[in-house]
Design a protein around this ligand. Structure first.
Ligand code: GLN
Length: 313
């Protein structure tokens, strides 16, 4: 269903969100597992809304690039579905995990098949699928190329400092990949697969670029900027369904309760949220909740969805 959205009303809501968030003292805790994230200024806040008519509306630090981290899992999932279709669901489940994003506990019970493509284990599995028959460098290039095409912006890059730091500290991800390999569910060498995963997490994008890149999910699978079909409408619906149920890890239920939009978070403080039929929304505030989701980003989306009447329910 398309929501009507007069530009002045939307802009007023975005400006209001920015001034409300600027006044907030409790801003959550910035991810500190790698220096490039620990050093990010927690006072920053940006928001961008890309409408299906191709217009983009922004407020705050909407053009500042940040590390998209796990938001990249939406794009790698879309690519993998394009390559292997529904066969992907033999390699990874589609149930919410109820556990932390980097948890290993379910993997033993489920014999190396991750619960869903958005927890780390699942995204590593998706990276394994994308790597088939390629060198890590080629797969990384393919993901970046795809995201640039979606956003219609060739200035998007991978931050090499973040990628290197992910590799230097990613022992848990190494454990997850090795564990899956021990069950025989990962095809490629863990080190190669993780090379892809760490680089996709290190993509740097602004809210404007991210909202543009997510536009196809709001527009029945068609890129609103080019008019070209990215995925079939049914696939866009299904990706949105997984975002709604699994996009915020063990905070997914609370996010659906408060915001009511399919969305995906990352520990860089970014969230991509989709209002099917109308808008792709990107918000960024680096301070995180206990579950590793942007604290103010979630509050801002709750405010915006209420004020604009934007919820899928
Ligand atoms: N690079 C992070 C990790 O692998 C991504 C996690 C996230 O954004 N939730 O731990």
């Amino acid at each position: 269903m398309a929501h009507s959205c007069p530009p002045e009303r939307l802009q007023a809501a975005l400006d209001d969100v920015v001034s409300r968030m600027a006044a907030r003292v409790r801003r959550g805790k910035v991810a500190d597992y790698i220096p490039p994230l620990a050093e990010v200024d927690p006072q920053q806040f940006g928001i961008a809304v890309a409408l299906n008519d191709g217009s983009v509306h922004v407020a705050g630090d909407a053009d500042a690039p940040f590390s998209i981290q796990s938001v990249s899992k939406v794009f790698s999932l879309t690519l993998a579905l394009g390559q292997v279709g529904d066969g992907l669901w033999k390699r990874v489940g589609r149930e919410p995990s109820g556990n932390a994003f980097n948890s290993i506990v379910q993997l033993e019970h489920e014999k190396g098949i991750p619960r869903n493509p958005f927890i780390n284990a699942g995204a590593i599995m998706v990276a394994d699928v994308l790597l088939a028959g390629h060198k890590p460098r080629e797969t990384i290039g393919e993901i970046l190329h795809f995201v640039r095409a979606l956003a219609q912006d060739d200035s998007i890059t991978i931050d090499p400092l973040v990628a290197r730091a992910e590799k230097a500290t990613g022992f848990r991800n190494v454990a997850l990949a090795n564990y899956m390999k021990s069950f025989g569910t990962l095809d490629n060498e863990p080190e190669m697969v993780l090379g892809v995963y760490f680089h996709q997490c290190a993509m740097a994008m602004s809210c404007r670029q991210l909202a543009q890149a997510g536009g196809f999910l709001a527009n029945g699978g068609r890129n609103p900027l080019t008019g070209f079909s990215v995925v079939a409408p049914e696939r866009a619906r299904r990706i949105n369904a997984i975002m709604l149920t699994c996009g915020h890890y063990d905070g997914s239920g609370d996010f659906a309760f408060r915001v009511g939009l399919p969305s995906k978070s990352g520990v860089g403080g970014g969230i991509l949220a989709i209002l099917p039929g109308t808008a792709s929304i990107a918000v960024w505030s680096p301070g995180l909740s206990e579950q590793g989701n942007s604290l103010l980003g979630t509050d801002a989306l709750e405010f915006l969805s209420r004020r604009m009447g934007w919820s899928v329910f």
